[in-house]
Design a protein around this ligand. Structure first.
Ligand code: BG6
Length: 307
């Protein structure tokens, strides 16, 4: 049965006074707003999509486009889109939604919790229905657990309740806010093999820096990445579990212009570092099995202050 996602109903059942409430967000989509002693965050039920995260006293950590659409069934540009059960184009049928259907679907609230220590947790769920089975013929249970504290922890668990194994790819496609992309460096991928469309791919030498479009799928890496941002004088650390791929993306000038929901000049203020399983790192889940893809995002001031 579909859940009644009217904010009043959700608040009656799942609201946590002083921690978490539901309200109509942009475009009228239902949004959970979380605020506790350490941080503020918001999560949209459309797409199971984290929209924002900001530890108190810090700048926003996630980037959200000024031009994003907020329409049911359309992807949101920014925050943390959930790409699942396939990453990028569907391998056999490019007419199917790019990055899968999870980011386009309406998720239900499974539970909310004020945890010991002051963190707040929201759990959202998505299961197969006729529409998902037309796109992907498997029974599944997805759970997105978002835990907000000084760090942001996101865990996407996929369970297979069906009689056959299934194989999936996916990503927590995280958009980070940066001061000036041409001045940042993404550490943690030195020596990793990557694929990049339109090139032969390669092996990363040193940190990733940006002076053109970068759209790289790094394979076979479980390393944490750090975004070094001298303009905002901070480091963002993205640690992960259950993930063998990392995608690093900035569209740069031409691709930014081609995307209707992305401002022409907005590429300077963002970078995606995506916690993924893609390409040869696809995951097969046996009947009754589960797989959890996790990212932990932490912000620390740069040792030398702004430059
Ligand atoms: C990245 C891909 O993960 O997502 C890029 O590597 C793609 O190729 C980007 O452009 C954004 O995809 P979308 O469907 O949200 O515009």
């Amino acid at each position: 049965m579909t859940q009644d996602v009217h904010p009043n109903r959700l608040n009656e059942r799942y609201g946590l006074p002083g921690h978490l409430g539901f309200e109509p967000g942009p475009g009228g989509l239902p949004v959970a707003t979380i605020e506790n002693a350490d941080a503020a965050a918001s999560v949209c039920l459309a797409g199971g999509h984290v929209l924002s995260f900001r530890p108190h006293g810090a700048e926003p950590v996630l980037w959200l486009s000024r031009h994003s659409r907020f329409e049911s069934g359309r992807p949101i540009r920014g925050g943390i889109p959930v790409c699942w059960p396939w990453f990028a184009a569907h391998p056999e049928d490019p007419a199917k939604p790019f990055h899968g259907f999870a980011r386009l679907a309406h998720w239900s609230v499974l539970g909310t919790e004020a945890l010991d220590g002051g963190n707040t947790r929201l759990r959202l769920g998505l299961t197969d229905d006729e529409a998902t089975r037309r796109l992907w013929p498997h029974a599944f249970e997805l759970e997105m657990a978002v835990t907000v504290g000084r760090d942001l922890h996101v865990a996407l668990t996929a369970r297979n309740p069906g009689p056959e194994p299934f194989t999936c790819t996916g990503a927590l496609h995280t958009y980070f806010r940066v001061g000036e992309v041409a001045r940042i460096a993404v550490h943690g991928l030195n020596g990793c093999r990557y694929r990049e469309a339109g090139t032969d791919g390669g092996v990363q030498q040193g940190p990733v820096t940006f002076d053109r479009e970068v759209d790289r799928l790094y394979l076979d890496t479980d390393a944490a990445c750090t975004i070094e941002d001298p303009v905002l004088a901070r480091r963002i650390r993205v640690a992960k579990a259950g993930s063998r791929s990392t995608v690093v993306w900035n569209p740069w000038i031409d691709k930014a212009r081609r995307m209707p929901d992305f401002g022409d000049d907005e590429y300077t203020g963002m970078v995606c570092v995506e916690t993924a399983n893609a390409g040869t790192d696809a995951v097969t889940i046996p009947p009754g099995g589960a797989h959890c893809l996790e990212a932990r995002i932490a912000v620390e001031p740069a040792p030398h202050g702004p430059s």
